[in-house]
Design a protein around this ligand. Sequence first.
Ligand code: IMP
Length: 184
Amino acid sequence: MKVVKKTIEVQIKDKDFKLFISESEIQTEISKLAAKINNDYAGKDVIFLGVLNGAFMFVADLLKNINLECEVSFIKVSSYKGTSTTGNVHELIGLVSSLKDKHVLIVEDIVDTGLTLDKIYSMIDHDEPNSLEVVSLLYKPDSFKGNHPPKYFGFSIPNKFVVGYGLDYMEQGRNTSAIYKLIE
Ligand code: IMP
């Protein structure tokens, strides 16, 4: 019998976190999301725009399940310090090719207040894409106050701070296969 070692608690700096969403739950949800996207975007000119840093793992795993002819690129914004959103979104970097007439899917790790997304949306909309939607692994509907809820999301979660699978606490904890929740 194969023994699988599972980390159920992690410590990052001054905080403790416990297992919240396992690697297999994440991967199962990602294949379902990818199946919907493969279906909805069949035959379309699609570009996936991953939002760094947090979405790097999600983009990698999602795209392994996407069978469309598509482009993949990354953009970066910076707005978040510690465990609460500041609401200040700075510039968008990394957009090189034109998005005009393309079907753009922004790929986020998490949508919390949705303010980052609103800013990204308005900047990308200038490029006149054919369509613009969001796919996010996690969505916190209770703290959402933006104008663009994600069309596709993997997990709707309570308004708690989470880390792992790309998400950080003070820039650490991104390098896990599962997602962990802050122990308060
Ligand atoms: P917003 O509040 O939707 O603008 O979220 C902005 C960014 O905050 C997200 O893209 C994440 O990088 C980060 N963020 C929001 N909630 C969490 C969390 O629970 N853990 C780690 N990062 C988070």
